[in-house]
Design a protein around this ligand. Structure first.
Ligand code: NDP
Length: 327
């Protein structure tokens, strides 16, 4: 059997469970593409798969996102318009930390000429997440006040830009002075280093008590409680991640006591149900990138074989923007 290389994990655990080795070369099923990887995107969800927070079948090839060149197509994928030589990007495809990736055609989008493969790999998951958060979870508009946690991160940087473009007033938290500088440059109105400041007190000092329309929280446990107390009557808490750990259970009565709050725990998969959702969200992002309206920062590129090191850096809060793994 022919071989390709990639990252495998035989067990859950720390970054050391990610090892480089030979993998069977994938074959295109009827509705699949086989893609030669240009770049795989690193996402925080990859660390949950690795640690076991989100269970996966073992052995497992991690990674869910990437971009590259099509090298083989099944008949159904060909009928859908894909052909060898096309440049495509995808998300929600396990096994993406590999030189050759089998991608179901329904998960793939064509990358326009104005967008590099690296940039495409950088925005599929984090960009479409930022997109659904500002368009669907809480449709932001002028006059709205939002709080975005971890605003220098992959989702965070994109969320700040989309929120500002929609006319909202943006409060943003970050974990270092350098990150604060970056997020200010993106246009955030109020940037708070929550490792040295009490972010809730700082938000209240500017906006007054209970004044935010929505909190977009990908940090989770460490900031959830303090964030709830910042929302206005009938405001929305969108807790969409667990970077500091999963949020503890919340009694519905607390939502009443804090002002008839709404609480949601959204995930991208529920916002990509139809293929038209994938085409619309990725298409709007690619269009904004091509027109120079969306700044996508590749904060770190590492060789695919160094996936373990990439996980260490992401989890130690030393990265900004997107981390890519390049074969
Ligand atoms: P990021 O690039 O944002 O990295 C995570 C950031 O979280 C860090 O850089 C750090 O920024 C901050 N952070 C705060 N506390 C901790 C901690 N204890 N350990 C590690 N990081 C911490 O990652 P992503 O953009 O990939 O993801 C951001 C969040 O969004 C994650 O929780 C992820 O699971 C979630 N997500 C959810 C999706 C969904 O569909 N629901 C889809 C995509 C992402 P700082 O130093 O500034 O605090």
């Amino acid at each position: 059997m022919a071989v390709a290389h990639g990252i495998r994990m035989m067990q859950t655990g720390g970054p050391e469970v990610l090892t480089w080795g030979e993998l069977p070369e994938p074959e295109a099923g009827p509705d699949d593409l086989v893609v030669r990887l240009h770049a795989a995107g690193l996402n925080f969800i990859d660390t949950y798969h690795r640690s076991g927070l989100y269970p996966v079948p073992l052995p497992y090839v991690p990674g869910v996102e990437g971009a590259g060149e099509v090298v083989a197509v099944g008949p159904g994928a060909a009928a859908a318009g894909f052909a060898p030589g096309h440049r495509v990007a995808w998300t929600s495809v396990p096994g993406s930390y590999a030189e050759l990736v089998r991608v179901p055609a329904r998960n793939a989008v064509t990358v326009p000429a104005a967008v590099s493969s690296e940039t495409a790999a950088a925005v599929m998951l984090q960009g479409m997440t930022a997109h659904f958060l500002v368009t669907d979870t809480f449709p932001l508009g002028p006059g709205h006040r939002c709080l975005i946690h971890a605003a220098a991160g992959g989702v965070g940087r994109l969320l700040v830009q989309l929120a500002k473009q929609r006319g909202a007033e943006v409060f943003a938290t970050v974990g270092s002075p350098a990150k604060a500088e970056m997020v200010r440059a993106l246009g955030a109105d109020h940037v708070i280093d929550y490792r040295t400041r009490d972010f809730a007190a700082d938000v209240e000092a500017v906006a007054g008590p209970r004044s935010l329309d929505v909190v977009y929280d990908g940090v989770g446990k460490a900031v959830f409680e303090a964030s709830l107390g910042l929302l206005r009557r009938r405001g929305l808490m969108a807790t969409f991640g667990n970077a500091s750990g999963p949020v503890d259970p919340v009694a519905p009565l607390r939502l009443m006591q804090l002002g008839s709050l709404f609480l949601t725990r959204p995930t991208l998969a529920d916002h990509l149900v139809e293929r038209s959702d994938l085409l619309r969200r990725s298409g709007e992002l690619f269009e904004a990138i091509g027109a120079g309206r969306l700044d996508v920062e590749i904060g770190l590129r590492l060789p695919l074989a160094e996936a373990a090191e990439a996980h260490r850096r992401l989890e130690s809060r030393t990265t900004t923007g997107k981390v890519l793994l390049v074969p």
